[in-house]
Design a protein around this ligand. Structure first.
Ligand SMILES: NC(=O)c1ccc[n+]([C@@H]2O[C@H](COP(=O)([O-])OP(=O)(O)OC[C@H]3O[C@@H](n4cnc5c(N)ncnc54)[C@H](OP(=O)(O)O)[C@@H]3O)[C@@H](O)[C@H]2O)c1
Length: 218
């Protein structure tokens, strides 16, 4: 997890580390160490977390992990990927969970770049072509996941290759109550990124706490 010390990173980490080794990345290794200690404290020293959750800096995450998840604020996402781009390896998967939301006087809007490109599209243009890029997790309320409260939600995924989708879908399915759904190629990443602003506006105007996305079909 790049920026794994924040709200979403720690929420994903507590679930993934129950079944797999997880590097909790940070710009500052000491910060990662203290966040891992805090997680272990919160989670009653869970044995699986103790052995699988590894404090790390962001560079080591990119150097060692097959699947790298970007969980930093939107305004620093591109800069962060640029700084790390040379450390990526062939056939890695980079999943962006970044939602570029801006608060305005009237509510929340999605903020793409001057060419209208989503954060995920921009990232895929920066990274070497051998890195497979996907987008996912934008609509999951992190604190519900961290607190391990029951949740039933869909996670939209966009990426260009079927094999990438299968890997990301497996990752999503590791999280209890979450269902992966394929939206389409990276051209659709912006549609996923936009849903966060939609959810935040609905929450604000209708006093909903922590809304998420769930499709019903009849
Ligand atoms: N929170 C949610 O419920 C939620 C849900 C879905 C998606 N998201 C998306 O996930 C992303 C992360 O959200 P979050 O709430 O977890 O964010 P956050 O807690 O505010 O920040 C996450 C981490 O980003 C790193 N970071 C902060 N400033 C940075 C900078 N200038 N340069 C590089 N790294 C920096 C920090 O790690 P270090 O200081 O350790 O480097 C921080 O712990 C956002 O794009 C958000 O839209 C959030």
């Amino acid at each position: 997890l790049i920026g794994g010390t924040g709200e979403l990173g720690t929420a994903l980490a507590v679930h993934f580390a129950k079944v797999s080794s997880v590097l909790l990345g940070s710009r500052d290794l000491e910060k990662s160490r203290s966040v891992v200690e805090k997680i272990l404290d919160d989670k009653s020293n869970d044995e699986r977390l103790r052995s699988n959750l590894v404090p790390s800096d962001n560079f080591r995450v990119v150097a060692e992990c097959n699947i790298v998840i970007l969980t930093v604020p939107a305004e620093v996402a591109i800069r962060t990927i640029k700084q790390l781009s040379e450390s990526f390896r062939i056939d890695q998967i980079l999943v962006s969970s970044v939602a570029p939301v801006e608060k305005t006087e009237n509510g929340f809007v999605s903020k793409f770049d001057s060419k209208g490109r989503s954060v995920t599209q921009q990232i895929s243009e920066i990274l070497p072509r051998m890195v497979r890029v996907a987008t996912a997790f934008q609509t999951i309320p992190a604190h519900i996941l961290y607190e391990e409260r029951p949740i039933s939600a869909d996670v939209l995924v966009s990426c260009n290759e079927l094999t990438t989708y299968q890997s990301v879908a497996t990752l999503v399915a590791m999280l209890p109550g979450l269902r992966p759904l394929y939206l389409g190629s990276l051209d659709y990443a912006g549609e996923i990124e936009r849903i966060t602003a939609l959810l935040m506006n609905v929450a604000k105007r209708n006093r909903l706490k922590s809304p998420t996305l769930k499709f019903s079909s009849f």
